[in-house]
Design a protein around this ligand. Sequence first.
Ligand code: ADP
Length: 412
Amino acid sequence: MFGGNLNVVKIAFDAILEGVIIIDSDAQIVFANKAIERNLGYEVNKLIGKDFYFLVPKLFQKAHKEYFKSFFKDPANLSSYNVRTIIGLHKNGNIVPLEIKFTCFEHTNRIYAQALLTDISERKVKEKENKIEKIELEEAVKKHTSKLEKVVRQLRDTNQALKSEIQKKNKAKKEARKALIAERELSQLKTRFLSLASHEFRTPLSGILTSATLISKYTTKGQENITKHIGVIKMMVNHLSNILDDFMSLERIEEGDIHYKFSSFCFNELMEIIIKEANSLLKVGQSIHYSPCIECPKIYQDKRIIQIIITNILYNAIKYSPENSPIDISVTSKNKIKIKITDKGIGIPKKDKKNIFERFFRASNATHLQGTGIGLNIVKANIEGLGGTIHFKSKENKGSTFVIKIPKDVKL
Ligand code: ADP
């Protein structure tokens, strides 16, 4: 076919890495290079004269025949360059994927097709691997996306739940605020009523007190019982007056309408007066042990309010202690006057301690004794109003100690 220097051409073709095959228009192999041997295992000289279809599995032979028939019929193919991927059949029966590029040429009035064959097994494996990788990647992305979607859904649900929780809380807050306002109004009303009632009680009470005092002046000797009973009436009236005083100062505290009257006075002298009055209230066998402040400090304070404060704590000590028990009072003076009042009475239950200064609060072990639960509330408000502090220690059935500290000079 080539004539001339066939050897050189053959050597050149054998040096090409791709397989080269030339077939005539009957699809018979007229030339094959060495690479074909490497790719498909056939010795080159055994291929010459063989049908090209010999190189593909039986299954595809018919399709190839038809393709070549139409290929050789169409002269346009002479100039075109065809690339196809075909399945080749190795001599050992294995299947080899091949890329085949072929063109046509004419020689001595016959048409030939020259095909360039490349084994693309590796490329196919790579493609398969890439495909698997791609699928795996897609699956991973899908998995993560669905996870993300789940998280987003959960976040959305949580957000919704939070929103409705906040709405509920806001509603509850509004209702609580309303209830608080209503309670405050009610409390103000109660205090105002108590204050008003107290004013009304005061006049008849002071009438009773004056009359009782006058009656006592008209009693003659031997009428001790009358004198005793007049004493009881006076004591009761004083007690009632104290309660009414408490009720009235409640309103003043609530309205922020306390006006203190400051003056300079000797603290020890005030204590003597307080203790003298308290002595008349002691139960049988009760006694007050008083250790005064040695230096007898002069202080600048509201004398009347300080008297109310100490009296209140001392009267509680008497009221909440049994007969035959001592009450200790000690006063010391440093930067502040410190008054310590200790009793051996019923004490305050642990659970009630935190509420003891609340208005109208009475401890669970004190309800069988008379009281209003106002005194300590007023005491605390007044002590703080005068720049002082109040603390207590107490043990149920053992006793209580109240410690009051008051600045010596309210201006400092
Ligand atoms: P009350 O009129 O009830 O005495 P207070 O405000 O003075 O009101 O006291 C409030 C409560 O504190 C009392 O009801 C009582 O339970 C308790 N308390 C106050 N002082 C003492 C005390 N010395 N010993 C035991 N309990 C006390």
